[in-house]
Write a protein that binds this ligand. Structure first.
Ligand code: ADP
Ligand code: MG
Length: 276
């Protein structure tokens, strides 16, 4: 029933919010899986040492597995670490391992430390036969060098916002970092998408937060809202996204709708200077 074509350039989207637990990883893997189920070819880059995205995509990521760490620190080609998720042949994952926890520090003394991921991704996109439609980068909850690598490699920023108290706290700091990146490292980087997560429409608070975010941002906010749903939180313990775990659940339906919206809206480039 959805008629989407994926023929444009590869869209590189980083999913970030320096707050933990707002739904970054959940949004990354479920949007990725939904896009793959719609026929897109998608690579998830797991840039969080926790490796939750790798887990949810059913991809092995124990300490001895070649990972994003080897790409960033030892200049392994991305092709050497990418695995295919059991969920779909269209769904690829560059896994994170625990070693990535040290990369934040190790990167400090490296040459071109902010550009390592960008260079690896460009080399991969140039060399691979099968083109990618989307690259989604799952960030750790900080604005350190791993996140800066993601911001330098991507064109788009997607911010998940949890419909809870203090939802907007810290956002101005995040947007400040975006402006710094635009100015010094990556002029085409921009906020393209905000997605409201863990929404419970029965509470006035959630409604108020959603309203506030829409007033503040408007154009970037997806119409689709992701409901709080037990199925969404259960799925990772089965090494699955909710799309595969329970495709008919409210969470899966919402993430599919979000994916369609993201695909249809395109990269949402700003018409003038600035990020909002
Ligand atoms: P982050 O990556 O920002 O730290 P996660 O995606 O790991 O956040 O989500 C934090 C917690 O909330 C996880 O336990 C996850 O399963 C749960 N969660 C995320 N989205 C939902 C949702 N829509 N409904 C219920 N639980 C959710
Ligand atoms: Mg996470």
């Amino acid at each position: 029933s959805v008629d989407l074509e994926f023929r444009g350039r590869t869209r590189v989207i980083t999913i970030s919010n320096q707050k933990g637990g707002v739904g970054k990883t959940t949004t990354t893997v479920n949007v990725a899986s939904a896009l793959a189920s719609l026929g897109a070819r998608v690579l998830v880059i797991d840039l969080d040492p926790q490796g939750n995205a790798s887990t949810a995509l059913g991809v092995p990521h124990s300490a001895e597995v070649p990972s994003v760490y080897d790409v960033l620190i030892d200049e392994f080609p991305l092709a050497d670490i990418i695995q295919t998720s059991p969920e779909s042949p269209n769904l690829l994952c560059a896994p994170s391992t625990i070693h990535l926890a040290g990369a934040e520090i190790e990167l400090v003394s490296q040459v071109a430390r902010e550009h390592r991921l960008k260079t690896a991704l460009e080399d991969y996109l140039d060399s691979t036969e099968e083109r990618l439609d989307f690259v989604l980068i799952d960030c750790p909850p900080s604005l350190g060098l791993l996140t800066i690598n993601a911001f330098t490699a991507a064109q788009e920023l997607m911010i998940p916002i949890q419909c809870e108290y203090y939802a907007l706290e810290g956002l101005s700091q995040l947007l400040g970092s975006v402006r710094m990146i635009q100015k010094h490292l990556n002029p085409s980087f921009h906020l393209s998408t905000i997605v409201l997560t863990m929404y419970d429409g029965r509470t006035r608070l959630a409604q108020q937060v959603a309203e506030e975010v829409r007033t503040h941002f408007g154009n970037e906010v997806l119409d689709t809202v992701i409901p709080r749903s037990v199925r969404v939180s259960e799925a990772p313990s089965f090494g699955q996204t909710v799309i595969a775990y329970d495709g008919q659940s409210a969470g899966a339906i919402a993430y599919r709708e979000a994916a369609v919206e993201i695909a249809r809206r395109g990269p949402n480039e700003p018409t003038n200077e600035g990020t909002s």
